[in-house]
Ligand binder design. Structure first.
Ligand code: GCU
Length: 444
């Protein structure tokens, strides 16, 4: 172990210790005992006891692959950052298309001057992706505040059930699937208009001067292991190796295509687009934000294992569990680490660090122990030295804050919210507080 590495480990061990002490004084979050008890009873094979978290050593962020230290911002940008991005690509999310990118085009299918009872303007945009004779596509729904005085900052977020589920707006189109598609295999065929409206508090978002753009994730590639030849990955069927792109890779690729459109829309403030996602789509938002630096800010909501949470902690969901249940989310090579996360030259603090110096916000939930709230916080903490190196404030605290006590000051924001695995209006409001501050939204 290099001396730097030792320092990092000791630092983290001290932080964990201090955080427990602070918790005893009621200031810092501790996993709720009743929830812990329930989970331990339900599933004894999963580690939920903080005292049993193994010792681990995180791969150093500021040491190059050849062992030399990263001395300044330039070396980070020119050398270490590309190195880390490439490690995530090769071992976790897979490489996006090698040997030719599909062409991507979009057309505005509908532009309505008024929607949502006069609160918004609405656009629906169709994307076509082509490679040779193969075709794929996706639909984007955009709401902008109707009374916007200039280009609007926008949140771009994938949705789980179809664009028609995010509000009861009757004009939003359902995704189109080939005649006879099986509702058992395609979520959006079963979902109803407005089903997921609770996760998209549009009045609050638009009322604060933000726009919202969303795409149904499965249009880019069904969320199943047997669907590699469908959606955008289908354009490259037969050309995938052990590091060929994963489902998350395909969904993140789609987010960048959506960004192409947002950049081209003069009503959008394209320098203030935030990519955001919940759960598996939070993992996707992180990967999209790491790859595409046009995203000014990145938000991970309850992303857990493979997202913001440190894998080496083994707490809650592990690499083996996620690779077994969702083998298509990551590339084949990631499975080699099922029983040995320690052999990975990455951990998730490095994914957070790839956002630097841009603002990044991580949300955990009190009862969502499967996603390891503490592991998410520690990941943010371990990413902080990169923000420091780049000369901007990172995480403002060294111990976990209390429940519902958001950290908003530095460019790494964090909160652990009361309740379970969800994306709530409380989360949105804190994320908007953070965005107001760090994207310097001027409301005059
Ligand atoms: C499962 C999975 C998580 C994932 C979540 C989701 O719980 O284990 O990793 O985040 O599904 O996306 O809903």
């Amino acid at each position: 172990m290099t001396p730097k590495c030792m320092i990092n480990v000791c630092f983290l061990m001290i932080c964990v210790g201090v955080s427990r002490m602070a918790g005893a004084q009621g200031q810092s979050w501790e996993a709720p005992a009743d929830r812990l008890g329930q989970l331990e009873e339900r599933d004894a094979t999963t580690l939920y006891d903080e005292n049993r978290v193994p010792d681990y050593v995180l791969p150093p962020l500021l040491v190059n692959a050849d062992g030399s230290p990263v001395r300044d911002a330039r070396q980070w940008v020119m050398r270490r950052r590309p190195e880390i991005l490439s490690i995530f690509e090769r071992f976790m999310f897979g490489r996006s298309p090698i040997g030719g990118t599909p062409t991507s085009s979009f057309s505005v299918r509908e532009a309505a001057g008024s929607a949502l009872d006069g609160l918004a303007k609405r656009e629906q945009v169709r994307f076509e992706f082509a490679r040779g004779t193969e075709r794929a596509g996706m639909d984007l729904l955009l709401y902008l505040p109707r009374e916007a005085k200039g280009p609007t900052p926008v949140f771009l977020i994938l949705n789980f059930g179809g664009n028609h589920t995010i509000s009861v707006d009757p004009s939003v189109e359902r995704p189109k699937w080939p005649e006879g598609s099986d509702p058992g295999l395609v979520r959006s065929l079963k979902s109803e208009r407005g089903d997921r409206a609770g996760r998209f508090p549009l009045a609050a978002i638009l009322g604060r001067g933000y726009g919202l753009a969303t795409v149904y994730y499965e249009e880019m590639g069904p969320d199943r292991g047997d669907a590699v030849s469908q959606g955008v990955r289908g354009l490259f069927n037969g050309r995938q190796g052990r590091d060929g792109w994963s489902s998350i890779g395909a969904w993140a690729w789609g987010l960048s295509r959506a960004m192409d459109y947002l950049v081209a829309n003069p009503e959008v403030d394209s320098r203030r687009v935030t990519v955001m996602g919940h759960s598996r789509l939070g993992k996707t938002a992180l990967w999209a934000g790491a790859r595409d630096q046009r995203f000014a800010m990145v938000v991970s909501n309850c992303s857990g294992c493979g997202g913001a949470a440190l894998s080496r902690r083994h707490y809650g969901e592990t690499v083996k569990r996620i690779n077994t249940r969702f083998p298509h989310w990551f590339c084949e090579k990631f499975k080699s680490f099922n029983d040995d996360e320690g052999a990975l030259t990455l951990d998730q603090h490095m994914l957070i660090a790839l956002m630097a110096p841009r603002p990044v916000y991580v949300v955990s939930a009190d009862e969502d122990l499967w996603a390891d709230p503490r592991g998410e916080f520690l990941s943010c903490l371990a990413a902080d030295p990169v923000y420091d190196l780049l000369g901007v404030p990172g995480l403002e605290a060294e111990t976990m804050p209390g429940l519902d006590r958001p950290l908003l000051k530095g460019r790494i924001g964090y909160h652990v919210r009361s309740g379970g695995h969800d994306l709530t209006e409380y989360d949105w409001r804190r994320v908007m507080d953070f965005a107001d501050r760090h994207l310097e939204i001027n409301r005059e």
